[in-house]
Design a protein around this ligand. Structure first.
Ligand SMILES: *Cc1c(COP(=O)(O)O)cnc(C)c1O
Length: 490
């Protein structure tokens, strides 16, 4: 399997190279040259998550030695997920929640960021790369912690996370600034997520800066979903979710389902699209946005327009105006038209918008849920089904309710349930009509009561862990602080 850049198909690399680089030099994203076909459903029906992961990763990462992939899958999806199946399907309110937040940092980002460090390390060893890798990540809240946790104390790798000051939840921030590990760094930037993401992308594209880093013994890589090493492992759970529906007789083999995804950077939903392209019986992909509804507008009008203010919502991990992975989707549906993509992305960067009307609404449906929709969704499902959702998942559920009303489409549906309610106690509690306590941990206790669950250890311990990171910088200072922090480790 070869990978090429969305902005230049002549820029061809192997999967190991794509994973190490993270993003192409031309600013494009690496995509697979094709979609391998899944085996027949019956053949996959009894596979464990790990077995399914090995199968699917093996199709895309075929330059990795088999034992490396095996080691990666076992390392990622074993005790980090309590040695249980790493995802769970729960039927509530007539829809199937695919709970993807059972990992160490309580958000779906763990599904890929527990395995990416193994893939990266193996690629470095196999390619004989002598430089240390600097993994840069911009985070809207969950990627940061999952990347820090995944790469903490991995030899030969440094991880550096930029989060928007004031743009993540209290708990997300605490999770990051208490991170252990000699090789982990956390920086708050004075700006929003898009500033952080643009800053990181600019660093990747700065040849002189990369040369300078190389002289100091470093190469850059990415832990954001622009890295194909994050995207491919996310295909696995959609296939697994479908098989689970089959196993519990909710559907018949081959029956089409819809998939609802609360969307920010368009990575998670793109993985569902990849699963569909591999032959999974999926009809509609339902792209759910919060008040930052750039994607909803795009799917409605064909114009992607980032010229608006970024709003801070109760689903901070979706507070994004530039959804990077949309570039991959447009590349695929345009029949790999790298020339158009290059022009569109230049328009987006220079003018702040681009127009692209050539896609089918049959395939992808975009809608958004505002703060009130989110509150009502959380409240109703709690009252009616005694099930607690986090605000991101509630965006998906809120949009799904609108979709049902509009279309009456009765196909079985999976909603990607992306975070644990423990990460966002304020919105969960207020939606249930209760007063939000001043103290974060009191709020967390209230969430535990409503879920009839113990507070997870990784949340409880945050109350007493020392703060280890307090860096703040301006947008323009990102390059400097990377160098400074690397120097401190040396
Ligand atoms: C990252 C994140 C999302 C958005 O996923 P994308 O792949 O960026 O579209 C949604 N919900 C939660 C909880 C997240 O952490």
């Amino acid at each position: 399997m070869r990978y090429y850049s969305t902005r230049n198909k002549d820029n061809v690399v192997s999967s190991m190279e794509a994973i190490i680089k993270g993003i192409a030099e031309d600013g494009g994203l690496f995509v697979p040259e094709g979609f391998p076909a899944l085996p027949r459903l019956e053949e996959m029906l009894n596979l464990s998550y790990k077995e399914l992961a090995k199968l699917i990763l093996g199709m895309y990462f075929d330059d990795y030695p088999e034992e490396d992939l095996e080691g990666a899958v076992n390392g990622a999806y074993g005790d980090k997920f309590g040695n249980r199946e790493p995802v769970r399907l729960v039927e509530k309110g007539g829809v199937h929640f695919l709970e993807l937040f059972l990992g160490p940092t309580l958000a779906f980002k763990d599904m890929a960021l527990t395995i990416l460090p193994y893939l990266m390390r193996s690629a470095l060893l196999n390619k004989g790369i002598r430089e240390e890798v600097v993994v840069l990540a911009a985070t809207s809240g969950d990627t940061g912690k999952a990347a820090l946790e995944g790469f903490s104390d991995v030899p030969g790798v440094n991880v550096l996370v930029f989060y928007p000051k004031g743009g993540v939840s209290q708990l997300q921030r605490l999770q990051m600034i208490t991170q252990k590990g000699q090789n982990t760094h956390v920086v708050a930037i004075e700006g929003n997520f898009d500033d952080a993401q643009k800053g990181v992308k600019d660093i990747f594209g700065d040849q002189a800066y990369n040369k300078k880093l190389k002289e100091e013994g470093y190469v850059l890589s990415s832990a954001n979903s622009i890295n194909i090493g994050r995207l491919i492992p996310q295909i696995v759970y959609y296939v697994y979710g479908y098989l689970d529906l089959l196993r519990n007789n909710s559907i018949e083999a081959g029956q089409e389902i819809n998939i609802v995804v609360p969307t920010g950077n368009f990575g998670n939903i793109l993985a569902a699209y990849y699963a569909k392209m591999m032959g999974l019986p999926v009809d509609r992909l339902i792209c759910s946005s919060n008040d930052n509804k750039v994607l909803t507008d795009f799917f409605e009008t064909g114009t992607y327009d980032r010229r608006r203010d970024l709003l801070l919502t109760s689903s901070p991990s979706m507070d994004i105006l530039v959804s990077s992975n949309l570039e991959r989707f447009l590349f695929h549906i345009s029949g790999n038209d790298d020339t158009s993509l290059r022009e569109m992305m230049e328009d987006l960067s220079k003018e702040g918008y681009f127009t692209w009307s050539d896609f089918s609404r049959e395939e992808i449906y975009g809608e958004f849920a505002d703060e009130n929709d989110v509150s009502l969704s959380i409240r109703d499902l709690y009252r009616e089904e005694d099930y607690v959702m986090d605000p991101h998942t509630a965006v998906g559920y809120g949009v799904y309710r609108k979709y049902l009303k509009e279309t009456g489409d009765q196909k079985p549906a999976i909603i990607a349930s992306t975070a644990s309610p423990f990460k966002f106690p304020e919105k969960v509690i207020s939606s249930m009509g209760k007063d939000v306590p001043q103290d974060l941990f009191k709020g967390i206790e209230m969430v535990a009561e409503s879920m009839k669950m113990e507070i997870p250890t990784q949340v409880r311990e945050l109350e007493s862990l020392p703060v280890l990171h307090d860096n703040i910088c301006k947008k323009e200072e990102m390059r400097d602080i990377v160098l400074k922090l690397l120097q401190e480790v040396k």
